[in-house]
Design a protein around this ligand. Structure first.
Ligand code: ZN
Length: 400
């Protein structure tokens, strides 16, 4: 994500000199959730009823490698050179004898629950391939591919350009039953452009400023204050907690049907070469997903009618492969070997418990948009022929 890393030091210096302005408190009474959606022809909703899914939450963990998702922490990267100051402590926390034990200690919800009830793509050591199809292998191209279902023609890097393409979130927001029921919470200000808030019609929190849409509560307002008062080491980003915690409150209060959550610490710490911090953020991502899933399953609106999709926007260098340089795990771009490699996890009432796929279909991030739309009862590929097909194996239609 961080195109801005070169400037991080000067940002830290600036942040310590400039006191942020006190936050403007959002009103406590409900404010309109959305502008009227762009008029879009209603899609064929004859598919409604084909799936149990009524709600979808897509969580993307920026630049988290499939290597850690499927094999846990890498012993070769637990060194002072890779930014681990406490090698014995990190070894005790994350190293185990087998890849299975290491991934369970790093990502206990994913391996304890999602792997038992859902499907996981991307373990290349077992022949399961998941990739982005865009050639740039950086964040904006990866997000727009995932959210629209195809690579953006002119989206080549992380520049703040209003997305000319319509995301599946915007598309669904224009469909019956979704107005005011779509929201995005992220840690990165480029997301305003990725979703195109000039046009999309639903609220997008991009990590800066107060959350001033929908019904809010005191807990959310305290997070607004904390974000404004906490210097952030990355330009245009906040810490994951400062977006996820208020997002969870907001979901409980506003019960959206389609939610995007974007977490960024894994990418930031990887670019900085801080492997322990990267692992800790991955572990926290897993804990957030557990919190989210537990919360949703305890609410009538969501229980057994919600599909959760987890993925990343790009891979990173292999790090320990034959001939690879150890430092390559930090990087990702069009020249980094392995930066196209991703992982996708689907969990929900329509997803068979296939667990970790061994071989199986090669999948791409460009299939996620149509998967979301199909689960929610629309034929996305009809209006977006460029979009990848849905992940057919990950959703089993009800017998009729
Ligand atoms: Zn990055």
């Amino acid at each position: 994500m961080a195109i801005y890393h070169l400037f991080a030091l000067s940002v830290i210096a600036l942040a310590s000199l400039v006191q942020p302005a006190p936050p403007a408190f959002p009103p406590s009474s409900p404010v309109p959730l959305s502008r009227p959606a762009q008029p879009m022809p209603p899609e064929n909703f004859s598919r409604t009823g084909l799936y149990k899914t009524k709600n979808v939450v897509l969580v993307m963990c920026d630049g988290l490698r499939w290597q850690e998702v499927f094999s846990g922490a890498d012993a070769k990267l637990i060194t002072k050179e890779q930014g681990v100051t406490d090698v014995p402590g990190t070894t005790a926390a994350y190293m185990r004898d087998t890849p299975e034990a290491r991934r369970e200690v790093l990502l206990p919800f994913i391996w304890g629950t999602a792997a038992k009830q859902g499907v996981l793509y991307g373990n290349r050591t077992k022949g399961s391939l998941s990739s982005v199809v865009n050639q740039y292998r950086v964040s904006y191209p990866g997000y727009t591919e995932t959210l629209c279902g195809f690579p953006g023609k002119n989206i080549k890097d992380n520049r703040k350009i209003e997305n000319p393409d319509v995301t599946v979130f915007e598309y669904l927001h224009g469909q019956p039953g979704f107005a005011g029921k779509v929201a995005a919470f992220t840690t990165w200000d480029v997301f305003s452009f990725i979703f195109n808030t000039q046009r999309c019609g639903f609220p997008v929190f991009s990590g800066v400023g107060p959350i001033a849409f929908g019904t809010t509560n005191d807990a959310m307002r305290l997070w607004d204050v904390a974000r404004a008062e906490t210097p952030c080491p990355w330009s245009g980003s906040c810490y994951d907690s400062a977006s996820f915690r208020p997002a969870l409150e907001w979901i409980k209060l506003n019960t959206p049907r389609l939610v995007f959550l974007g977490l960024g610490e894994t990418d930031e710490f990887a670019h900085e070469g801080k492997y322990r911090m990267y692992l800790d953020s991955a572990h926290k991502f897993d804990a957030y997903v557990k919190d989210l899933w537990t919360t949703l399953q305890a609410m009538e609106q969501y229980k057994d009618t919600t599909t959760l999709i987890l993925t990343c926007d790009h891979g990173r260098g292999g790090g320990t492969g034959l001939g690879a340089q150890l430092n390559q795990w930090r990087d990702h771009n069009d020249k980094t070997v392995g930066a196209e490699e991703t992982w996708i996890i689907v969990l929900g009432p329509d997803t068979p418990a296939l667990g970790e796929r061994i071989e199986g279909p090669a999948v791409t991030n460009s299939q996620i948009a149509a998967t979301i739309a199909t689960l929610l009862g629309t034929d996305y590929n009809k209006s977006q022929p460029r979009a990848g097909p849905p992940l057919a194996e990950a959703m089993k239609p009800l017998a009729r």
